[in-house]
Design a protein around this ligand. Structure first.
Ligand code: GDP
Length: 199
């Protein structure tokens, strides 16, 4: 399940411009600053791979990376930029929704959740939206190495609270704890993806 080779393939402005070769793919999604670039770099062990623009307002693109000439890792624009006027609202551009609703090679969305902060409404809304649209999710909790996070709460407590809140929704995705600092969860996540691909 290890990553031997990663090749940047293309950036697409819309779902219909994405690669059409039918290879399976995993989309990586999360709030701005969730640790997405760090996680991608930890997964592929290559510093220069994550090419996403992190600045709000810049053109947002769907970036396809071909892994082991076999499957895609897809870097999606983040949501909930701190500077946005109403960051608590799900406000994806229509092309991102178009991607989710039309991409039939999508195996699962790796939904990144920052374990160093208490549950965020926008993440719950996102999970709920994906769940309602029957899009498979894996929760990937990031920054699990932090001893304490926002408001002095620990990752374990934040994760427990997040899971508790998710019970109100009808989605019960698998979840993996990760840290890009310690490497926690890296192999678990790679194995998980290989199992989903072969399922
Ligand atoms: P992105 O905006 O989602 O791509 O987030 P980045 O990967 O740029 O990370 C945002 C901030 O969180 C940076 O300051 C990182 O150093 C920090 N960060 C990312 N992953 C981890 C992690 O696993 N542990 C800790 N302690 N900090 C992290």
């Amino acid at each position: 399940s290890q990553i031997k080779e990663v090749e940047f393939v293309k950036s697409s402005e819309r779902a219909k411009d994405c690669p059409k070769d039918g290879r399976p793919e995993f989309a990586i999604l999360g709030r701005s600053n969730v640790g997405k670039s760090s996680l991608i770099n930890a997964l592929v062990r290559k510093k220069e791979v994550a090419l996403t623009s992190k600045k709000p307002g810049k053109t947002q693109l769907i970036n396809h990376f071909l892994v082991n000439k076999n499957w895609y890792l897809v870097d999606l624009p983040g949501y909930g930029f701190a500077k946005a006027p109403d960051s608590a609202r799900m406000d994806w551009s229509s092309f991102t929704k178009g991607y989710f609703l039309n991409r039939n090679t999508l195996v699962a969305v790796l939904l990144l959740i920052d374990a160093s902060v208490p549950p965020q409404k926008i993440d719950l809304d996102c999970a709920n939206w994906l769940g309602r649209n029957d899009i498979p999710i894996t929760f990937v909790f990031t920054k699990c190495d932090k001893m304490k996070g926002g408001k002095g709460t620990r990752p374990a407590e934040n994760i427990r609270n997040f899971q508790e809140l998710m019970r109100h929704y009808r989605v019960h995705p698998p979840w993996i704890l990760t840290s890009s600092v310690t490497g926690l969860g890296r192999d678990d996540l790679l194995l998980h993806m290989s199992q989903l691909r072969n399922y």
